[in-house]
Design a protein around this ligand. Structure first.
Ligand code: SF4
Ligand code: SF4
Length: 381
């Protein structure tokens, strides 16, 4: 369970400094500079936009502004498929020049073709979307052969000296034994693993939600138990976040720790819940009523145990209780015995049917800027 020392030291120093200052601070900028993708995974919430929006790109300048505005020490670039953005290599270089850690998330279909536009750096990591073994992954993305392409890309990137991790989202119904075997495969390939349960976009907090939460924790205990409390594998996740997944920590989320910037602006309140967009990071931080969100506060949050909501909490806990964190790193995650009490979901405010007008607003902007082009796009769509 380790990250390169340079990352730990730099991000640790930033976190400590911000923690001492008090107040809210971001750890990782989540950037989605385009929604276009070369896959069409069932259930993907990013690609179901009109063509006029799928054709939009955040410019190099907008991408640089986003990191300057929020000041996070790291940026995770996703989409859509970032390698479809013609300025992506320049954007990555721009961030590295600012000494930001860049995690470039890709489905790897274009990686072989594009890899020579990038250079290995301690500040740069390829993050390959790989949701399990060959059968699991090809099924998840609904295209045969994608697992083999991704593994070939991993080998190529490693042979060229790049740091590589896989990004694995776990959904309900996954088999712990198969996932553990997949982690063994990744360890043998020499890649790190970023793991997170998927966010269930459901509205009501009922008994089923509670059971889902319980199932998630039991599932991760079952997986980690097959790898000596997770010690057999190299995760990029923090030990305390893994401990939380296994039901050993009672955490509230830190929704501003991984803020999302897309072509629509900054998403309120977090990476997972889209309840509006604002133009600046300052507006996001100062204009969001954070008390309205979180597990136990809002129905839409009831099932959330994702890394973008809770890694920030784990980081704060690590500052407060470093010995606890080192203990888990050394001994592994506890996979037996009673779990920590969970947050009471019964008083969460009802899910709101938030009418999101951002698509209409964005289409109107495109129409105003280029009426003829807009007509052409509409005809094709
Ligand atoms: S690869 Fe990612 S962005 Fe593309 S369709 Fe699949 S989930 Fe969506
Ligand atoms: S619990 Fe809610 S507010 Fe917090 S990260 Fe999850 S979805 Fe976002």
């Amino acid at each position: 369970m380790s990250l390169p020392f340079s990352q730990i030291a730099r991000i640790g120093a930033y976190t400590l400094k911000e923690h001492i200052k008090g107040g809210k601070y971001p750890l990782v900028l989540m950037l989605e500079p385009l929604f276009r993708c070369n896959l069409a995974c069932p259930g993907c919430g990013k690609i179901d936009y009109p063509d006029a929006i799928l054709n939009q790109r955040m410019s190099y300048e907008q991408c640089m502004e986003a990191i300057d505005e929020c000041g996070a020490p790291a940026v995770s670039i996703a989409g859509g498929e970032p390698l479809l953005h013609k300025d992506m290599a320049r954007i990555v270089k721009g961030y590295i020049a600012k000494k930001k850690f860049v995690i470039l998330c890709t489905n790897a279909l274009l990686l072989k073709k594009k890899i020579d536009e990038y250079e290995p750096s301690p500040f740069f990591t390829w993050s390959i979307h790989l949701d399990g073994d060959k059968e699991m992954h090809d099924h998840a993305v609904d295209q045969q052969g994608t697992y083999d392409i991704a593994v070939e890309a991993i080998r190529l990137a490693k042979s060229k000296g790049f740091r590589v991790q896989v990004n694995c989202t776990v959904f309900d119904g996954a088999d712990p034994a198969r996932l553990a075997a997949y982690f063994d495969e990744m360890e043998a390939l020499g890649v790190e693993i970023t793991i997170s349960p998927g966010y269930a976009y459901e509205r009501a907090a009922d008994q089923e939600h509670f059971l889902n939460r319980e199932r998630t924790k039991k599932f991760f205990r079952d997986v980690f138990a097959r790898g000596h409390g997770g010690k057999d594998w190299t995760f990029t996740n923090s030990p305390l976040f893994l401990d939380f997944l296994a039901g050993n920590q009672t955490y509230e989320c830190t929704p501003w720790s991984m803020p999302l910037r897309t072509i629509f602006g900054w998403q309120k309140p977090c990476y997972l819940l889209g309840e509006g967009y604002v133009a600046t990071f300052k507006e996001l931080m100062e204009g969001t009523d954070w008390e309205q969100y979180g597990v136990g506060k809002y129905e839409k949050c009831s099932n959330c145990m994702t890394h973008c909501g809770f890694e920030g909490t784990a980081a704060t806990d690590a500052i407060r209780h470093p010995l606890k964190m080192f203990g888990i790193g050394r001994k592994g995650v506890k996979t037996e015995g009673p779990m920590a009490p969970d947050v009471d979901l019964s008083k969460a405010r009802k899910a709101e049917d938030v009418y999101s007008s951002h698509v209409e607003r964005e289409l109107a902007k495109i129409k105003e800027a280029d009426p003829e082009g807009f007509k052409r796009v509409q005809k094709v769509a």
